[in-house]
Ligand binder design. Structure first.
Ligand code: ATP
Ligand code: MG
Ligand code: FE
Length: 341
């Protein structure tokens, strides 16, 4: 089947055409990074305006690049949450309009399910599986007993991993988003500061990154007051090492406690080179029979292709929404299963 998928939850407008949930015929991504950069983060009104301007252009381009017509489509899918309400509304309105005009079923997709299903472009997923979601707004360990059944077994108590990268980046005068820049700086530095590894030894799968962020900021400010300049590359490497240590160790503990053959590491922070290497090493040493799957770099951050892949699972179950579908900015996984046939 062919699914036209819309994504507009944050600052990327993206539309894709996906065949059978596994093949990308097109995946057009209009990023707003250049207009959000100067504000040091995503300004909701700016994001909405961009989505309005871009969404029909992206849809047309996605159809043209895929070389398909609306008559060829099986369904229209859209991210309806979680995310910025004004941003989500534009994708939802666009998808509803196309579905209505062309008499196509509408498939509502949870953005975080989309991040997980980006891994489907690497290989077929085998259940039960474990997924680590590390992105700008989430840090969760999710257990999937079967396709499309999500159970959050671990979560962050405060900041998300990507959010911590971006906030620390600001202290280092790096432009938003800072994740990739800290990743690059880390390669030239060493973990000399030994920042705290929060909640590492607690018997749960939860995370906390605000203490690390404070420790980092205090270290930099104290040095500034003494008139000292600290090594930027060592600061970056130390921060990143702390994040990776906690994430990898706690996720590996879950991977051993649950009966899984695959571990999916997804979300924007899954693009981190140090995190990828650390997981590969940990899996080789501790669970060599388990497969660790990272989506291709380009599909780690927000895109329509991953929404099309997640929609395929709902399509196979016959799940769909109608014209009353609304954006749900605080959507959690529990609601994703509300849409059953
Ligand atoms: P969510 O998916 O939780 O709603 P989001 O969509 O804003 O949030 P993503 O687009 O998945 O988040 O990811 C963006 C985040 O990924 C940013 O915080 C960015 O700094 C981070 N990131 C991107 N590349 C890297 C990298 N190489 N290392 C670390 N972090 C990275
Ligand atoms: Mg983004
Ligand atoms: Fe995202």
């Amino acid at each position: 089947e062919l699914i036209l998928a819309f994504e507009s939850s944050c600052d990327e407008t993206s539309v894709a055409v996906i065949e059978d949930g596994a093949k990308i015929l097109s995946n057009i991504i209009a990023s707003q990074i250049n207009s959000q950069k100067r504000f040091g983060g995503v300004v909701p009104e700016v994001a909405s305006r961009h989505h309005v301007e871009q969404v029909t252009l992206c849809a047309e381009e996605a159809m043209t690049e895929a070389g398909v017509t609306y008559a060829d489509l099986s369904a229209v899918a859209v991210t309806y949450g979680p995310g910025l309400v004004g941003a989500l509304l534009i994708g939802v309105a666009a998808a509803k309009t196309v579905a209505f005009a062309h008499h196509l079923p509408l498939i509502p997709v949870n953005h975080m399910a989309g991040h997980i299903y980006a891994a489907r472009f690497v290989k077929p997923l085998v259940y039960p599986l474990l997924a680590l979601l590390v992105s700008g707004g989430h840090t969760e360990i999710v257990y999937l007993k079967a396709a499309g059944e999500f159970e959050i077994i671990g979560d962050t108590r405060d900041d998300a991993a990507g959010e911590a990268f971006d906030k620390v980046g600001r202290v280092l005068n790096l432009t938003y988003p800072a994740g990739k820049k800290i990743d690059d700086l880390s390669k030239q530095g060493q973990d000399t500061f030994n920042f705290p590894r929060a909640m590492l030894h607690e018997p749960n799968y939860d995370f906390s990154f605000s203490g690390l962020k404070s420790a980092f900021i205090n270290t930099v400010h104290n040095a500034e007051q003494r008139g000292e300049t600290l090594s930027k590359v060592d600061l970056a490497a130390s921060f990143q090492a702390s994040v990776i240590d906690v994430i990898v160790q706690k996720t590996m503990r879950a991977a051993k406690a649950y009966p899984v053959q695959q571990l999916v590491v997804a979300g924007g922070v899954a693009a981190n080179s140090g995190l990828r290497a650390a997981f590969q090493q940990a899996v080789a040493a501790e669970t060599p029979d388990m497969d660790v799957i990272f989506p291709p770099l380009r599909l780690c951050s927000d895109n329509g292709a991953m929404i099309g892949a997640a929609a395929h699972v709902l399509w196979a179950k016959g799940a769909h929404a109608d014209g009353r579908l609304n954006a749900d900015p605080g959507l959690s996984f529990d609601y994703a299963s509300d849409f059953q046939a």
